[in-house]
Write a protein that binds this ligand. Sequence first.
Ligand SMILES: Cc1cc2nc3c(=O)[nH]c(=O)nc-3n(C[C@H](O)[C@H](O)[C@H](O)COP(=O)(O)O)c2cc1C
Length: 359
Amino acid sequence: MSRDVPNALRTRACELFGVEYPIVQTGMGWVSGAQLTAATSSAGGLGILASATMTLEELRSAIAKVKSRTDKPFGVNLLPNQPDASERLDLVISEGLKVASFAAAPRAEQVAKLNEAGVVTIVTVGAPRHAEKVAAMGVSAVIAQGGEGGGHTGTIPTSLLLPQVVDAAKGSDLVVLGAGGFFDGRGLAAALAYGADGIAMGTRFLLTAESQVPDNVTSIYLETPLTGTVVTSAIDGAPQRVIRTAMIDALEKSPGLLRFPKAAGNAVRFGRQAGVSMVDLAKTGLQMRKDQELSWAQMALAANAPMMTKAAMVDGDPDVGILPTGQVVGAIKDLPSVAELLGRIMDEAADVVNRLGGE
Ligand SMILES: Cc1cc2nc3c(=O)[nH]c(=O)nc-3n(C[C@H](O)[C@H](O)[C@H](O)COP(=O)(O)O)c2cc1C
């Protein structure tokens, strides 16, 4: 690599993931496919494939595609309670992948299995106690995602959550990455100043040349101001940050019971498409109900949510689909290649480190 990286930017995250830069491209359903993941890993970051919205066969072929484009380490993002989660873990292990990341706390036996196979585990957390809980299971790293982050998100801003999680991890080997609101090298330097080992970004990677989101939807993201997002539970019962569109306004106004029949129909379609039976979908829903105390109507909405994301992010129809995003969307105005983006972030962070450390 030609870039001269200061030692301050070569962190424990680089060592753990076997990458050049302490920057992770997170798993984003319908968005983090083989092209984006391969571009990130081959440019020196850690790319992660989003697998919850893929069938097992689609995941297998996406892994093969990434491998055909880069020999650098990459990861797969998993839902711990997906009905075929154990087959997916077996696939990650048999493919010899470096990293498995989880959108929510995995089960202890899942972590043990991955640890035994030498796969590095990452879990996204929204509170310091969650970091302590997963560290006790033997998880290697956490992504501390502040409320400004995209997709499902909490309420604590990154500026408060990150130092708390760093403190909670003190004295352990847990590697901590900051997420939610990062887009440039100043942010990377700031995360390191908080005591983190690197950053994880979703929205910034969604808006790159290698991301395959349809052009009309990309334009909506680029035009959205800092105030153009909203956190709503109307989609699947759990707070999710999305671009505020006419569809979201209408969804928020309609009573849950009216949303239910359409959601149930879409859930059936998603089940067919993803090769998941209604029994399995119901099992996932029941698990969610147990974890999050969702109502039956919310459960159908939860099963429906992936279809609504697909409608916008794959089919290019924002009138019926949802556009998950971080607030950071309002600070992003361009579509660089992933290599350009990573180079820019590393150069800016190096400047900050030199400026603060220098005379
Ligand atoms: C379109 C989109 C889809 C997402 N899907 C997932 C997902 O499937 N699994 C997951 O763990 N996180 C998901 N997230 C959250 C991101 O992985 C990441 O944690 C978040 O975007 C970080 O905040 P930022 O957007 O401010 O960078 C998604 C985010 C977006 C914007």
